[in-house]
Design a protein around this ligand. Structure first.
Ligand code: ADE
Length: 231
């Protein structure tokens, strides 16, 4: 059992969408080891009136519904009575584009709220009053913030100390040094004439490390030259 490093509260209208992503693989193990905790909050429980209404028509007209401020405000205020939050993040396609550097720095937070949007978005005053950061996982539009929230949690949780072993350390991931990871191989050394590069079978660790670094640079140059221009 580790000490809890991070707690993430996810406010959502579709808790079912977030059931599976945290029940497998590395994130599951991090939760089992008590290094991270994910708490799903059903915003419907904060809905107004007997219909538990959470949205309404936009002022000024137009298509689609807007998520109302009261249920979200009540929900966030409730959570805040229990602990203080480092960040209250709204997942939205018009947010700051998520990347590994942001993930690295956000992985140092202790308590985070993620707000998943739906419909035409949330009342602007939620953003003004409560949201400390707005994050997009890429330039495309999903039907809601739940899958982005799962992406966010997975990316952050694997960075927490103790979640990955030394050998699988996140430090060797693509993007950690703005380079793509080199190609990897396992047995068989020869598959229908397609051979594993000799250097990897040589046992010469210095040569192997050098080869991997060169491959990283070559791969980044040809696939993601923009990464080499950053910073
Ligand atoms: N909600 C809908 N699309 C999204 C995106 N690309 N990133 C974050 N939240 C979203």
């Amino acid at each position: 059992m580790g000490t809890k490093l991070m707690r993430i509260d996810i406010i959502t209208l579709h808790p079912g969408l977030l059931e599976s992503p945290f029940q497998h693989s590395i994130v599951k193990r991090a939760i089992e080891k008590n290094l991270a905790e994910i708490n799903i909050v059903n915003l419907r429980n904060y809905g107004l009136g007997s219909y538990k209404q959470v949205d309404d028509a936009p002022f000024g007209g137009g298509a689609g519904m807007v998520m109302s401020i009261e249920p979200i405000a009540n929900c966030i205020e409730d959570l805040k009575t229990e602990r203080t939050y480092d960040e209250i993040i709204y997942l939205t396609p018009d947010g700051e584009r998520f990347n590994q550097q942001m993930a690295n720095s956000l992985s140092l937070c202790k308590n985070i709220i993620l707000l998943c949007g739906h419909y035409k978005g949330v009342d602007e005053r939620v953003r003004e009053l409560y949201i400390t950061r707005e994050i997009s996982i890429g330039d495309y539009v999903l039907s809601g913030g739940e899958l982005p929230a799962a992406v966010f949690c997975d990316t952050i949780i694997r960075l927490l100390p103790g979640v990955l072993s030394d050998e699988t350390s996140a430090l060797s991931d693509s993007f950690q040094d703005n380079l793509l990871a080199p190609p990897v191989y396992t047995r068989p050394a020869d598959f229908k004439g397609l051979k594993v590069p000799d250097v990897l079978l040589s046992g010469n660790q210095k040569q192997i490390d050098l080869w991997r670094h060169e491959q990283s640079i070559e791969k980044t140059k040809s696939l993601r030259p923009d990464l080499l221009e950053e910073k």
